[in-house]
Design a binder for this molecule. Sequence first.
Ligand code: FAD
Ligand code: SIN
Length: 513
Amino acid sequence: MERRVVRCRYLVIGSGVAGLHTAWRASLSGDVVLLTKRSLFDSATAYAQGGIAAAIGAGDSPELHQRDTLAAGAAMCDRAAVDVLVHEGPARVRELRSAGVHFDLDPRGEFLLGKEAAHSERRIVHAHGDQTGAEVVRALVERVRATEQVRVLERTRALELIVDDGICFGVRASHAGAPLEIHADATVLATGGCGQVYRYTTNPAVATGDGIALAYRAGAELEDMEFVQFHPTALDTPETPLALISEAVRGEGAILINTLGERFMPARHPDAELAPRDVVAREVFREQQTTGGVRLDATALGAEFAQRFPGIFALCMARGVDPRVEPIPVTPAAHYAMGGIVTDLAGRSTLRRLYACGEVARTGVHGANRLASNSLLEGLVFAERVARDLETVSPLDAVPPAREWRVPPLTDRGAAQVAANLIRETMWKHAGIVRSADGLRTCLVTLDDIERRLPEGATEEANLVDTARLIARAALLREESRGGHYRADFPRSRRSWQHRHVLWRGTGALVTT
Ligand code: FAD
Ligand code: SIN
């Protein structure tokens, strides 16, 4: 099939909060091509429930938000990046409101603010109770669609970055199965996370770590890949992905109980159910291993549950659980990747003309454990910074070296599916909530074996393998427990590991000092 080439000033890959904001904002200074591998509405952003954290309430301040973010990050955040996040966040949230996002407001027209774990203040803005992400996507998609300077290509999957001599020229992509090359003065990866490497995850099917794998193969630096966040309360069903029961439900007073009906969190942490997310996830996991299942009891909210959390209420009822009168069965699930492509405060990666923002980027704001509802905020704040920096990018006066290529047809869909399932089971078992050197070594051997047997054209599964391997190798190197990374053989945080990161440069890992 003949290769088509499209040229633009800016190429944005991904249509979550980060990609949609970048595309619209960048279009103010040049033409944009926006790629997304399914529809514009397919993203983790669309599923976000709790909301967006921003220091806008009376009595709150960016300094308090910064303090909470740094505390959750377990001494691994970059203070300068957190500073940017908390100070620029409120303006971005107000802009969203001006852009037509219908946030929940009080009768005076002020934001209604929710509470989530490890936040010292009520600072979570939300929309339609628990449908913040869908509302944000609705408004941002509308804006992008109304912008002539943005050309949207749906069902278009980036397969490979075109990089020559450390400069990114764009991507090779599959456009509904046909080869398409897009050349741009600057390329922005906004491809989201990689929760699909785990058997139990809240992440949608599109979260296969493509941006991580593409950037890694192209030689961009990556960092903090061992820090994966597990959400403590996904709805415990046999489905994949699992539906989320927002932390905001605990913020409104719901409690965790074991099979004996006992509340266990107060004995494990002074903040009980609102302890940092990594702590609650591990305790739920531990309780599952010892007493069996765990349930979230929100019955004290009674009829109010359906008003405050209409989306979660519907999710539960559709699965035969009425949260007004019975506890909800819950389980931890992979939820968020703190690590990713190393970027500076303008979103620049270590390859020239390649940017990253949103979950795929490692800006340094989350450290070892993201504070709840800080990721939509990060997506907005750093997408804005990327867009501003793009204005300074000079037009490319060179063309990328031409090369013949094709979209490899998938030869055996069944074998690809088997491989994906095996990756997910292996990662859950060995590189999940509790890790050890033996388990991680087994995991790496299994991943190599899966890779050898991948059928031709299994490009998404190849991305899963590469991303999984980066997580497992980094987790093996970090011989301590910190934030989302817990090693049964090194159960404590070690001062010698504080502020040290596992950095991927080329195909080698090094530990920074
Ligand atoms: P995404 O929203 O995941 O978008 C990535 C985009 O890239 C998608 O459109 C995808 O199709 C596209 N893509 C991927 N690979 C390719 C490729 N190869 N080619 C082309 N396109 C590609 N965070 C909060 O702050 N508050 C919350 O309340 C909250 N709730 C959450 C609830 C759930 C169930 C989940 C899963 C996450 C939640 N998070 C929340 C986390 C937050 O939603 C994500 O971190 C954030 O939305 C990521 O935004 P993003 O734009 O970086 O990526
Ligand atoms: C939630 O609503 O519990 C998820 C919030 C987040 O992931 O930030």
